[in-house]
Design a protein around this ligand. Structure first.
Ligand SMILES: *Cc1c(COP(=O)(O)O)cnc(C)c1O
Length: 326
């Protein structure tokens, strides 16, 4: 396997994030040995998976002489909050195009966006990408140089950060003499999963990789992830790589839809909080861990196997879902 040629990155994240065992949760569930990779501790204004992506995205913005980051997401977007923080720490302006209308109660990530100095632009019923393009041209006409980041930071640069994260993880597993049979995590815009599957191929990770979809049907996520992983491989100078076979997505836990908290998320968040002292988030990791718990109960794994849950962050959204969580 050729070595990837990584593009420039700025240092934002606190790396490597810890990998550790979930002793009490493993015992409680009586299934496989559970481990966790703590990308909730990447350090950027409460952290999360977008911090890694932003290291490459901000580097490109700076290299192009841009002075303003523009991106989009749901009202409680973790990606938007981390983008606001990355902009602040690199001396850039930031405009966030958020779906729908401004809610009456400002809490969770929206509160943090404002504290971090981002300008919030509510898209109402209009398609966010259209509004993002409009906001960018308005900034240009005011003499600014905006840099547009797609939803979830999921382009080849964003995915590249999770290729590098797989190098980090495989080194940690070697150091700790750990053998991991499965990596499980929440998947949405696909950048994280694309990077992980490509990184698995490059760094010879032998286990299986399972993304738990939080909003889209499995085929949709799978197609997107495979296309992005292929494009990322080409961008890293690796040519054509066959990676589609590694892309596995489960959509059994969509429940009431995106950001609708149900019993699956509630139980997982309380169980992991109360047994491990670790907070999960209501939209992504709560759902993915809820799915993992259900798969364990169904006997999807055998006792000697080990499963690593990749915590992708998002806990800043918890207060916004308080009434659904307790
Ligand atoms: C964005 C996000 C994800 C999903 O990552 P993608 O790269 O968009 O698939 C998972 N968990 C959290 C907490 C997120 O904010």
């Amino acid at each position: 396997m050729m070595k990837p040629k990584y593009p420039e990155r700025v240092q934002i994240a606190h790396l490597p994030t810890p990998v550790h065992r979930l002793e009490r949760l493993s015992k409680h569930l009586g299934g496989p040995d559970l481990y966790i990779k703590r990308d909730d501790e990447t350090g950027l204004a409460t952290g999360g998976n977008k911090t890694r992506k932003l290291e490459f995205l901000v580097a490109e913005a700076l290299s192009q002489g841009c002075d303003h980051l523009v991106t989009t997401g749901a009202p409680q977007s973790n990606h938007c909050r981390q983008t606001a923080a990355a902009a602040a720490s690199n001396g850039l302006g930031c405009t966030l195009v958020l779906r729908g209308e401004e809610p009456e109660i400002i809490t969770g990530n929206i509160l943090l966006d404002k504290l971090l100095g981002a300008h919030l632009y509510w898209a109402g019923e209009r398609p966010c990408n259209e509004v993002m393009a409009q906001v960018s041209s308005e900034l240009q006409s005011m003499g600014r140089k905006p840099y547009q980041i797609p939803l979830g930071g999921s382009n080849v640069l964003g995915a590249t950060s999770y290729v590098l994260a797989m190098e980090e993880l495989t080194e940690q597993l070697q150091e700790q003499r750990l053998n991991v049979d499965f990596i499980v995590f929440a998947s949405s815009s696909g950048g994280t999963q694309a990077g992980i599957v490509l990184g698995a191929e490059i760094y010879d990770f032998k286990g299986q990789i399972l993304g738990i979809s939080v909003d889209h049907p499995a085929e949709v996520v799978q197609t997107q992830v495979a296309a992005l992983a292929t494009a990322t491989a080409a961008h890293l100078g690796l040519g054509q790589l066959a990676i589609a076979h590694r892309v596995d997505v489960n959509d059994d836990y969509l429940g009431g839809g995106y950001a609708i908290v149900g019993e699956t998320e509630r139980e997982a968040i309380q169980m992991v909080g109360q047994l491990e002292g670790i907070l999960l988030d209501p939209v992504y990791t709560g759902r993915a861990m809820g799915g993992l718990i259900d798969l364990i109960r169904w006997g999807a794994f055998t006792r000697g196997q080990s499963v690593l849950f990749w915590h992708t962050g998002g806990t800043a959204a918890l207060p916004a879902f308080a009434d659904k969580l307790i």
